[in-house]
Design a protein around this ligand. Structure first.
Ligand SMILES: Cc1cc2nc3c(=O)[nH]c(=O)nc-3n(C[C@H](O)[C@H](O)[C@H](O)COP(=O)(O)O)c2cc1C
Length: 496
């Protein structure tokens, strides 16, 4: 309630000075006038529904908006003024002197290999995994409604399937983390029956097993106690107010072979819905061990989501963010090549997450091997995040990353759902226009030659030249020297 103190003080000052002006001397109006004006402004902040920061922090919130505007003006970003390109980065997509007409329809990619009974058409950009717990009820609901409006998917994150994920009518990728929240047995393990019941819900289009995440690979996710409200505690079957630390790895499998067999079991329990996993790649050998297990067991996931080490988190700072795991570029290229090399790329789709925010970010990731992309922090911005970086304190001024119901209610769901929808739609349109300017009619025509990196003064190399790209089945037929050692060491019966 401390956040309403400035308004209270201003209102008391206004009342006191107004009384003094009427009873003592007209000179008091000099103080009463501004105090009354500020009280009216604060009242309007409380009553308006468009800006959650002002609702949560009447009067003081204006300072934040001013700072944001100054920042946006200073960097030249955040405005839509036609001012031309401003970035002189080290990488660029290759335009064509013979561009094509941009496609009218937004492309989708069909997810679901031969063992999948209910394939799903995934949009080029979707809402990345963010749980109810990390995000507020209203933020989750706004993302879900936005996904329904734009017909794209929302990943639930590992906190389980909450009523807010189900209320807006959006398509869901249900994520199962190491804590098995949402399908957690009394002993903290996986509850197959609960999983099957929820996976059967029509809103659940895909199931994603979370192995690791870019912000903290090798550690379990953390939900600070301050965010473990009674509702979250019920949802996750954990004590109220106690910090939830998910185990660092799954207890239902301990080898790559057991992992792929568990994926097959999940898919079966889910009635054949597309089932895959999410990871931040550590070593190439380890991922090859998983691919080896797929080949040995004749079981492949329907998709793999690659998270880059540049990924974000709503949890308490762990100190490892960005220091462990492959950045998205290397992770994607590794996963794409490995799947091509074992001859499974045509049945396994690849999703990519890690600072995807614009249409050209989407296209860049497609060139590097992805079939579709997910965005977390960009979607948070669409839902009203002001980058206060207080996600782990529970005191998010925008009502996005908090479990304080008063703060959360400042998020206007209808308004923000529209913003999420428009953001996704325009970003995908932008991606389609970028591809058209490159002379390609859709993602299927992109090749590694379409992305170029500056390698020194006056020298540029395309991704076709910079990276090695395996031929279908090449690892099985006879791996090139550069892959032979890792492929030989990859053991389907050991992650080590
Ligand atoms: C608030 C927040 C909560 C997240 N929660 C999860 C989660 O529950 N499960 C998961 O796999 N990733 C989680 N992530 C990671 C994102 O899904 C995503 O992989 C990562 O942030 C990279 O995407 P970005 O750069 O677009 O944010 C979370 C990220 C944020 C910012």
């Amino acid at each position: 309630m401390r956040r309403f103190l400035p308004l209270l003080l201003v209102a008391l000052t206004a009342a006191g000075t107004t009384v003094a002006a009427s009873a003592l001397s007209a000179g008091w109006w000099l103080a009463a006038g501004p105090a009354l004006a500020l009280t009216c402004l604060g009242g309007r902040d409380l009553l308006q529904r468009r800006r959650p920061v002002l609702r949560n922090h009447p009067l003081v919130g204006h300072l934040r908006y001013r700072t944001e505007q100054a920042r946006a003006g200073g960097t030249g970003t955040g405005t839509d003024e036609p001012f031309g390109g401003e970035r002189d980065g080290d990488e660029f997509l290759v335009p064509s002197l013979h561009p094509v007409e941009a496609a009218e329809e937004a492309p989708v990619v069909r997810v679901g290999g031969p063992d999948c009974a209910q394939p799903y058409d995934m949009a080029l950009l979707n809402v990345s995994a963010m749980s109810f717990g990390a995000l507020s009820s209203h933020a989750v609901l706004a993302l879900n409604r936005g996904a329904a409006l734009g017909r794209f998917a929302q990943d639930t994150g590992e906190g389980g399937l909450s009523e807010y994920h189900l209320r807006g009518g959006g398509d869901l990728v249900w994520e199962i983390g190491t804590g098995y929240f949402g399908c957690r047995g009394a002993d903290g393990g996986f509850d197959a029956r609960e999983f099957a019941d929820k996976a059967a819900l029509p809103e659940v289009k895909c199931v994603s097993l979370k192995l690791s995440q870019g912000a903290a690979p090798g550690s379990g996710a953390v939900l600070p106690g301050v965010k473990v409200s009674a509702e979250i505690a019920r949802e996750r079957k954990v004590p109220v107010g106690e910090t939830v630390v998910s185990p660092p790895c799954h207890r239902v499998f301990s080898t790559p072979r057991e992992l792929v067999l568990f994926l097959a079991r999940l898919r079966e329990l889910a009635g054949g819905k597309p089932t895959g996993f999410k990871l931040c790649v550590g070593s190439r050998r380890e991922f090859l061990a998983v691919c080896g297990a797929m080949v040995a067991e004749g079981v492949a996931p329907d998709f793999v989501v690659v998270d880059g080490s540049e990924g974000g988190t709503g949890a308490a700072p762990t100190g490892v963010a960005g220091r462990l795991g492959m950045p998205l570029t290397e992770g994607l290229i590794t996963v794409h090549n490995a799947l091509v090399g074992v001859g499974l790329r045509d049945r396994v789709r690849i999703g990519a997450s890690g600072r995807v925010a614009t249409g050209s970010d989407v296209v860049k990731r497609l060139v590097q091997g992805a079939d579709y992309t997910n965005a977390a922090r960009a979607m948070m911005l669409a839902v009203g995040c002001v980058r206060a970086r207080r996600c782990h304190t529970g005191a998010c001024p925008a009502g996005v990353a908090t479990q304080d119901p008063l703060r959360a209610h400042a998020v206007n769901v209808a308004d923000k759902a529209g913003q999420v929808w428009r953001y996704q739609r325009e970003t995908v349109r932008d991606a389609v226009s970028v591809m058209a300017a490159m002379g390609v009619r859709g993602p299927g025509e992109l090749t590694p030659a379409h992305l170029v990196r500056r390698t020194g003064p006056g020298t540029v190399r395309s991704y076709a030249e910079l990276y090695e790209w395996l031929a279908p089945g090449e690892l099985l037929a006879g791996p090139p020297d550069s892959w032979a050692t890792d492929w030989k060491a990859a053991d389907p019966d050991s992650f080590r």
